[in-house]
Write a protein that binds this ligand. Sequence first.
Ligand SMILES: [Zn+2]
Length: 447
Amino acid sequence: MFDHFHRLPVFFFLLSLSFSQSIHENEESDTPIHRFQQYLRINTAHPNPNYTAAINYLTNFANSIPNLHSKIIHLTPTSPLLLLTWPGSNPSLPSILFNSHLDSVPAEPHKWTHPPFSAHKTSDGRIFARGAQDDKCIGMQYLEAIKAIQMSDSKFVPLRNVHILYVPEEEVGGFDGMGKFVESKEFGELNLGFVMDEGQASPNDEFRVFYADRTPWHTVIKAVGMPGHGSKLYDNSAMENLMKSMEVITKFRESMFDMVKAGVAANSEVISVNPVFLNAGTPSPTGFVMNMQPSEAEAGFDIRMPPTADPELMRKIIEEQWAPAWRNMTYKITEKGFLRDIMGRPLMTLASDSNPWWSVFNEAVTRAGGKLSKPEILASTTDARFMRRLGIPTFGFSPMKNTPILLHDHNENLKDTVYLEGIKVYECIIKSLSSFEGSMNTNAMGF
Ligand SMILES: [Zn+2]
């Protein structure tokens, strides 16, 4: 017989179960990991990054943290920036800035184990998403660290103004993001003393830190010569001249690569030269005319210049050896950045104790239980170059150790424990840097 009274305990059991489940869910949604996943689920990949959704999400989170002021800055119609400020007790001191970019490179979903905007967390804690390492992790860690500082020490007030900046368009060169921002009135008003920007994961137990970027030189060399029958042997054809240059360039490339292979220099410390296109031949309906030597031939190279290289010397090498006019050759170099700051100094931040900002940063990482590996030049480019260009000391740093380097790769992911440890590291860094009294003589370069 069906007895209502017998069902009652079951009903209450189910009720209490669903009640505790909903509490559990609320708790889950209030964790740093859950918030990180939410940010990762906002698709800000090119070519159609949803900056509005990302900025709304970050602003909402920032509004939940006391004393954090937010400002959305429009410097172009489509690419807004978000600036958050935690005011310091002495706002006349140069401020510190923590930067990250909102956008990411595209992802090819069918090549991923988990969809790139699902932020799926595996049982071993790896969170899969485009942007997990580059660089939505730091964007959220900055905020979580400020929240944690305020929770653990409600009396703490930074001495200097602390700014958190979210910029668009970094992955497409930064010209409509940080490039425009450094020229704006709002940037000048920040009175920056020191900047932290993105770095890269470290496969070993030490955190990596970057004091400079390399600058791309897109270089095209072109040869011209008398065209001729394919059967004829003669001097100075365009192809012959280009091939002679290719031999010279290949030797230069080898000499650089040999230094890397010998362990004398890191990959990012040498001038890298890689051929990216060859363009020659007389087209025919089936391919190329085979019995004709063409009158023009050109080749393109991706050259990466470290700030330690001498740009004038490199120009001379290209002009005299790679594309000599006496071999009917011309060249075009498109510099995609700067090698010198506005004072004419090599574009890098001093990573030694003669830069007081370095010492404060280094000690903060140590206090957080971490260790920095030998400071490096980044092989590629970031927005840090815009600040270094103005002489503002800037380090690239993303606290991910014992982590494979997966930026721009399929299956980009970051382990939850690594992410959470990064928040702890930033707690120390933000506290130390924002409390740094400095000396009266400390100028923007920290000397
Ligand atoms: Zn990045």
